[in-house]
Design a protein around this ligand. Structure first.
Ligand SMILES: Nc1nc2c(ncn2[C@@H]2O[C@H](COP(=O)(O)OP(=O)(O)O)[C@@H](O)[C@H]2O)c(=O)[nH]1
Ligand SMILES: [Mg+2]
Ligand SMILES: [Zn+2]
Length: 309
């Protein structure tokens, strides 16, 4: 018996990195396949055993998870699918310019992380194209909320040591729009590793029945970077509309002060969240994101209660 971490898999064959660093192709034991309740996911800690003939390995046990990133099962209208397990953080990369950051999209990534109880970390890359003070100004709302932030440039090297340290020993989903420098950051921090983060998504998704395949890459000094293609389309599986406010740290505490316990924080004149925004004590742009995402969460919630199981 050995222990390891699930790196990737398709069609019943999974690749597990065992504790000595070796990678093995394994199948699932029948018992685990049928248990149904816990479906295996990238990032899972597993125990593997040789089969009776001793010529192949199978996963015999999935250890309990620290966290999981869930999405609606593709195709059918019910059930959840686990995109990745045991994530310690979701690292959201945006560029200072080129492409110009779309902050409402950043909010969406942050809410997905918060809704799954996973700590977000924001990276603002390409600050060589502006300057750190300008970058801090542009992302002031996020600094004010208190999010962990790294300002970086793969050209000047600024911020790379701090980000490297934040990734070490942790299981990190790396996400963000294309062209912001995710691959460049990985290559700059781990020269010679040449992780094809992002590049693998295309081939993994070619199969007719596969949709979004995550993939974990071991880091040379401990920890993993997990590529989660399509994270932004993940939607908000299982998030109740009334819980969305809790995914905005700057509104979370204030929402307890609303006049009505069931305040939706949208139209009520006695809403403490709205008062906070109107007084300029919290960002109106972030509040706009809340309103937009609320519409979406309400639709998903209706689908879950009407069509879901
Ligand atoms: N000026 C500047 N360009 C960068 C930086 N990091 C990456 N780039 C460039 O941005 C483009 C996209 O980078 P890439 O790593 O492929 O982005 P990805 O799609 O997020 O993986 C490439 O042309 C990189 O050379 C940076 O810090 N500063
Ligand atoms: Mg890339
Ligand atoms: Zn309210």
């Amino acid at each position: 018996m050995s222990r390891g971490v699930v790196l990737h898999g398709t069609g019943g064959v999974w690749v597990v990195r065992v504790d000595d660093g070796e990678e093995r192709e394994v199948s699932l034991r029948g018992r685990i396949k049928q248990e149904g309740s816990l479906k295996i996911a990238v990032g899972d800690d597993v125990e593997i055993e040789r089969d009776a003939r001793g010529d192949s390995w199978a996963i015999s046990n999935i250890l309990s998870r620290r966290s999981q990133l869930a999405r609606r099962a593709p195709g059918e209208g019910r059930g959840e699918r686990i995109v990745a397990a045991n994530l310690d953080q979701v690292v959201v990369v945006f560029a200072m310019v080129s492409p110009v950051p779309h902050l409402r999209m950043l909010d969406r990534f942050l809410v997905i992380a918060e809704a799954n109880g996973i700590a977000p970390l924001i990276v603002v890359n390409k600050i060589d194209l502006a300057s750190e003070p300008v970058a801090r100004e542009l992302f002031a709302d996020y600094l004010r909320v208190g999010y962990a932030m790294h300002f970086a440039s793969t050209v000047s090297g600024v911020g790379l040591a701090g980000l490297h340290e934040a990734l070490q020993g942790r299981m990190s989903a790396l996400t963000g729009p294309s062209g912001v420098g995710k691959s460049s950051l990985i290559n700059a921090m781990y020269p010679g590793l040449h992780l094809r983060v992002g590049a693998i998504s295309a081939s993994v998704n070619k199969g007719r029945h596969t949709t979004v395949g995550a993939r974990a890459f071991p880091l040379p000094d401990g920890g993993y970077v997990v590529d989660t293609p399509g994270l932004r389309e993940i939607g908000f599986w299982g998030l109740a509309p009334e819980s969305l406010i809790d995914c905005f740290p700057e509104f979370r505490d204030t929402s307890g002060d609303c006049r009505f316990a069931d305040c939706s924080h949208t139209v009520e004149p006695t809403c403490a969240v709205r008062a906070l925004v109107e007084a300029g004590a919290a960002s109106s742009a972030r509040y706009e994101s809340f309103l937009k995402l609320l519409e979406e969460v309400r639709v998903t919630d209706r689908l879950n209660t009407n069509g879901g199981g």
